[in-house]
Write a protein that binds this ligand. Structure first.
Ligand code: MG
Length: 488
């Protein structure tokens, strides 16, 4: 190891330990913490974040020194690259701006919740206007080439730009529209299914979920699943990865697919090379790549006919209401295609329309061509254009997501990247259907480990994809995956 890099790593251990504690605190907050602990927990977290920021900034001189060293290998370069990104962020954004963002994004979700409940966009609008203004300042401070939105996209997906996003969506949207229209015409995949209405017992469904985890061979000693309001994954260390699910009591797809989705995230974290633990490159590389893993397992595998046939006996054993519904019924129920106004309820065919419209709106807001007062009508026009559906009110329209109230601008497009990359991966596994049918999940995991997981964040996302698959964000694979599945 280069001596300067070694010095960095020695000092990084403390930052890693701090992150470890923060992750655990975050997990506890969402799972087992008594409700009223929230105030102290938020204060403690905020203090630790400041400490983390100080410790990272204290590495500035060493990282600059390392950056000038000759002959660094890929791992060493990766360490320098990842630290430079954090240092750049903390040095570029003035503490006052961060504090103001912090303050408004802790108030705004409360206002948003109320505004959504009463479908009252004007109530939320001034908060959104303020957040957009601050996000534009963040973009200016960070600096960018081309469009200011590039600065924000890069925070979630390193190196991802408006130019690339425009190119993806301009291919994807017409292709998806044509697939969507044909699916409706052919009528094989239904727009609703009686199984959506059946109530399940949480205990029975929990057993199904445990069986699915067993089938995916999730390692017992290094992994656990709990319950939280919103499902998530936390990779606390390579030997301690946790997911959560929720039980809504009805429409059993929701909990089942959240388990498979989060397992996809977890498998990524569990398969990062052990030697990267306690280093700056020991986590998943980006939101888009992480989401590609969860969506590959959830959609490409979990919603396939082969997978349904595999788990059908387990479903039948624990869910008595399946009496009279065969494998093919369950397959259709898992793959309902309908123009839902709500993103989180959207199916594989329509999901990316929801992202495209958010992308266009965010790009306009950050670029200055769209004003927050234009949003409701802009939103509804896009919904009409893509899905032939006009939201009945702003609660099921522009106010449906919490993200903007939390100051997340640039995050939504990573969901589409996840879908695009999941389909790219599928195109490199021509025998995937056999692998699933024959329960050869270890082989699938091994493939993902070699192509993506083991590298952690050593390579930036586009370089990782180029090295492993020879191409980057080509939406053609997603379009052919969807037409293969839904139109054949
Ligand atoms: Mg996810």
């Amino acid at each position: 190891m280069d001596p300067v890099i070694q010095q960095i790593l020695d000092r990084y251990r403390r930052i890693w330990a701090l992150g470890h504690a923060q992750l655990l605190m975050g997990w506890d907050l969402e799972t087992y913490m008594p409700e009223e602990g929230v105030k102290a927990r938020s204060e403690a977290s905020a203090e630790l974040s400041l400490l983390r920021q100080e410790l990272i900034l204290s590495l500035k001189d060493l990282v600059e020194k390392a950056d000038k060293r000759e002959g660094l290998d890929d791992l060493e370069k990766g360490i320098v690259r990842v630290l430079k990104r954090s240092i750049k962020f903390y040095s570029a954004i003035p503490p006052d701006l961060l504090r103001e963002l912090d303050r408004i994004t802790s108030e705004a979700p409360v206002v948003w919740r109320e505004a959504k409940r009463s479908s009252d966009y004007p109530k939320f609008r001034p908060y959104l206007a303020k957040i957009v203004d601050l996000e534009r300042q963040v973009a200016e401070k960070l600096g960018y080439e081309g469009h200011p939105y590039n600065a924000l996209l890069d925070l979630y997906e390193e190196g991802f730009t408006v130019r690339e996003a425009d190119s993806i969506f301009s291919t994807l949207i017409p292709g998806l529209k044509s697939t969507f229209d044909k699916v409706a015409e052919r009528g094989y995949f239904p727009s609703s299914h009686p199984l959506e209405e059946f109530q399940y017992e949480v205990e029975s469904m929990a057993k199904v979920n445990q069986e699915v985890l067993k089938l995916l061979d999730m390692p017992k000693g290094r992994f656990r699943m709990d319950v939280s309001a919103h499902p998530f994954t936390e990779g606390i260390s390579v030997d301690d990865v946790r997911i959560t699910t929720r039980y809504e009591g009805k429409d059993f797809r929701a909990t089942l697919f959240s388990v498979i989705h989060e397992s996809g995230h977890a498998i990524y974290e569990l398969q990062i090379d052990r030697s990267l633990e306690m280093t700056p490159v020991g986590g998943g590389v980006s939101m888009g790549i992480h989401e590609s893993q969860s969506r590959f397992w959830e959609n490409v595998i979990g919603r396939s006919r082969e997978f349904v046939f595999l788990i059908y006996p387990t479903l039948k054993e624990h869910l008595t209401f399946l009496e009279g519904y065969g494998e093919e019924d369950v397959y259709k129920y898992f793959n309902i295609v309908k123009p839902s106004p709500i993103r989180v309820d959207a199916d594989e065919v329509t999901y990316n329309f929801h992202i495209a419209l958010r992308y266009e709106i965010e790009k306009g807001l950050i670029g200055g061509s769209t004003d927050v007062s234009d949003l409701p009508s802009m939103w509804n026009d896009y919904m009409d254009k893509y899905l032939h559906y006009r939201p009945r009110n702003d609660g099921e329209g522009v106010l449906q997501d919490i993200h903007w109230s939390q100051g997340s601008f640039g995050y939504f497009p990573t969901y589409t990247l996840g879908n695009v990359v999941a389909a790219l991966i599928r195109s490199h596994l021509p025998n995937l259907r056999d692998l699933v049918r024959e329960r050869r999940f270890t082989e699938i995991k091994e493939f993902l480990r070699e192509k993506i997981h083991k590298y952690g964040s050593i390579y930036p996302p586009k370089e990782l994809l180029r090295r492993s698959f020879g191409e980057v964000y080509n939406p053609a694979h997603l379009l052919s995956y969807l037409s293969d599945k839904y139109l054949r």
